[in-house]
Design a protein around this ligand. Structure first.
Ligand SMILES: Cc1cc2nc3c(=O)[nH]c(=O)nc-3n(C[C@H](O)[C@H](O)[C@H](O)COP(=O)(O)O)c2cc1C
Length: 166
């Protein structure tokens, strides 16, 4: 797969097979995440790879969609607002940009390894904070369910070139 083919292959997978993920694939994905760039190289992040059934149930309860129940793994992507670079001109934190880059590394690496994945930000943050042991100083930014897909890639819906490039 070249990079464009990888970009086309990644899609929001919302149906998963009941099949565990090989440990080598997880290690490969982790290394791709580790190599992500960040502002001033602060790397203000942690990634929790959750496969334990009890822990999975707690996290899944914070996202009210049936489809996430099937996912054999969830990666909780956390940002650290104290560790990240903040632009002094306007005090703008870059933690969201940093975590987004690393999270997309994760999604593209998983796709290359034949694993379905989906960005999930619409979770109940207060419920997650009170039910899951979040590391001190970190904020859950994204949940990524991971697993072998049980659906088909839908056609991409995107704005035309002339609307976004100038
Ligand atoms: C920041 C972000 C947050 C998202 N949150 C959710 C979510 O909570 N639930 C969901 O089903 N999809 C979520 N998505 C997936 C988008 O709906 C999806 O990427 C978009 O519709 C394009 O489809 P594609 O990923 O299949 O190309 C999110 C995507 C991004 C980038």
């Amino acid at each position: 797969m070249n990079f464009k083919e990888l970009c086309e292959a990644r899609y929001s997978c919302r149906a998963y097979q009941d099949k565990p993920i090989e440990a080598e694939k997880i290690e490969y994905i982790k290394e791709c995440v580790r190599l992500a760039p960040s502002a001033v190289n602060r790397q203000p992040w942690r990634f929790l790879f959750i496969t334990d059934p009890e822990q999975l149930a707690v996290v899944k309860a914070c996202y009210k969609r049936d489809w996430i129940q099937q996912a054999p793994a969830i990666v909780m992507c956390l940002k650290n607002e104290s560790e990240c670079w903040t632009r002094r001109y306007d005090n703008h934190s870059h933690a969201d940009i940093d975590i987004a880059i690393a999270t997309e590394h994760l999604c593209l690496a998983a796709t290359e390894q034949g694993l379905g994945n989906c960005w999930v930000c619409n979770f109940d943050i207060d419920m997650l904070r009170t039910t899951f042991p979040i590391p001190e100083g970190y904020d859950p930014a994204v949940l990524i369910p991971l697993g072998y897909a049980a659906d088909e890639k839908p056609e991409k819906v995107r704005k035309p070139m002339e609307e976004i490039f100038f």
